[in-house]
Each structure stands twice: as structure tokens, then as C-alpha cells.
Design a protein around this ligand. Sequence first.
Ligand code: ATP
Ligand code: MG
Length: 313
Amino acid sequence: MTSPVLTSIPLTSLPRLSQGKVRDLFSLPDGEKPTLLFVTSDRISAYDVILKNGVPTKGLILTLLSAKWFEVLSSRVPGLKHHFLHLGPPAASGLTQDEEQMLRGRSMTVRRLKIFPIEAIVRGYVTGSAWAEYEKTQTIHGLPQPAGLKRCERLPQPIYTPSTKAELGDKDINISPDEARGIVGDKYASRLEELALACYNAGAAYAEERGIIIADTKFEFGLDEETDEIYLVDEVLTPDSSRFWSKADYQIGREQDSFDKQVLRNWLTDNGLKGKPDVEMPPEVVEKTKGRYTEVFKLMTGDTLEEALEKAA
Ligand code: ATP
Ligand code: MG
């Protein structure tokens, strides 16, 4: 599919509230509740640094996959509230035709909420920073684990392993559920953990039916301060926020080939570029990364990106 790579979002008809590593947030005219236009660029980050060039269609894949998950999780997690209202901007939002065309498939209207300053990570398997910690101390985010786990082994049950939510340019730090409680407060801590685990369990079961293991993932939650209700926000169960493995290729005791930024991360480490600013990916790294994102999108949703765009139109 050909579509221009967007590493910046040229939208001037709405006030830009913020720019994250991957997304730009715009405020929308006041309605009954505050809303945002949540726009996903084609930017890609690895080791907390944004690459100079982007990955074509990545913003579409992340947006349409998240939209799919909001629908799936709503029906599978009792009592779940989420920020997603609809794809695209609201009618009569004052955008130009060019802007509407540029946003096609990469924006959604969401409720604007107060974000809890933690990343609600859930792990079903021991890998990445959790494996490094386990090897040293037999704990994960300070939680004691059974002896004898192998690399990438499934945990006896999924665990809630939050991290801090760092400002742009800083690194998130793994913390224990107790430390997260200290940050979000007693009133919300248990419910956040319960919701994160329920979303992971529902998502992992859905993915497994489609041949994909969700090894771990990161959720974010927000609060509607008027009603005191917790909402699932941000992107959900995408290859940016999760480690996806092929169930058919899965083997305990070794690293797995994952459907995410692994190609990029490997290239950065192999070339001594890990954590360096202003790095440009060569075309083959871009193409391979795009390929992996596209493949997992089809496996998870059953649709090609073109089909999903048609449905969303
Ligand atoms: P990373 O995802 O790697 O942490 P980032 O934090 O820079 O990167 P982006 O994904 O680029 O984030 O931008 C999304 C931002 O929008 C995040 O700061 C997120 O907390 C915030 N956000 C998500 N949903 C909402 C919402 N409903 N209301 C207000 N802010 C939101
Ligand atoms: Mg984010």
C-alpha cells in the first residue's frame, strides 16, 4: 500500500495539546465532555529515542488495531470503560479537506481524561527486562517467582508489573505494585491492577485463537474526575505496546522472534547505535518492520489494512 510517511502531523486547524514519541494530541471544540483528536504518526521509537525516518502505514495500523481492541475488550471485560468514541474527527470540526485526507485511518476521537502516571504492564511470560531481573534475583518487579523458570517461559499466571511513566526523553523505571500504589493512591490501585489483568487475559485469549502469544503489554488508564470512573486509554495491544510472538514458532529457553520493533532494535545494537539520536533507518529495516506490523495486523483482525480502511470509511 502506498501512502506518504508522516513523521509530523501537518494539522493547523485545531490547537495541538502535546506531542509524544508517536502521537500528536489536538483539542476539539467543547462538547458535553472534553474530547481529543488522538493522531498517530508513522514515527517509531526504540530504546526511548525517536528515529529520524518513519515506517509507512504504521500510524494506520496502530490506530485501526487499537479501535478493534476497544470493541473486542468492551465485549469481553465486564464493566470496562474506554476512551474511544469513534474513528476520525467529529463532524464539523473545521478541518480542511486536505487535513481530513491526511488523517484518514490514523486519528480517533477520544474522551480527554486525567492520565494515571504509571504504565500498567502485564506479563504472561518472562522475557526482556523481567528475564534480566529474574536471572539475578528470582524476582520480577520485586515480586518473588518460582525457581527454575526458563527464558521466555509462560508464568504460572499473568502478573501486574507496573513502571513509572517517564517524561519525553526519560526512561520508564520498573516498580513493584506497592510502589505503584504509592503513586496512584489506595483508592485506585487495586482497581487498576484488576482492570489491567482482565484486559490482558481477554486480549491474550483472543490473540491465542489467532495463533499469537501476547508475551507482555502495557496499558494506560485515565480518570474521569467528575464521575470518579477509570477508563482504559491510549493505544491498546499494538506491536508498539506489546510483545507478540508466533504460537507456532514458540520455544521455551531461547529468545523469540517478535512481531514488533525487534528488527529495528537488533539493527541498532548490531551497529552500535542503541540510544543514539538522529539515526536514520536503512530501507530494508523500514520494510521489514512495516512487514511485521502488517502481518500481525492481518492475523489479529482478519483484515488486510486496505480492507480495514474500507470498513472504516
Ligand atoms: P510511549 O507510548 O512510548 O510511552 P509517549 O508516552 O511519548 O510514548 P505517545 O503514544 O506518543 O506517548 O502519545 C500519547 C500520549 O497521550 C501519552 O502521553 C498518553 O498518556 C496520552 N493519552 C492517551 N490517552 C489519553 C486520553 N484519553 N486523554 C489524555 N491523554 C491521553
Ligand atoms: Mg504511548
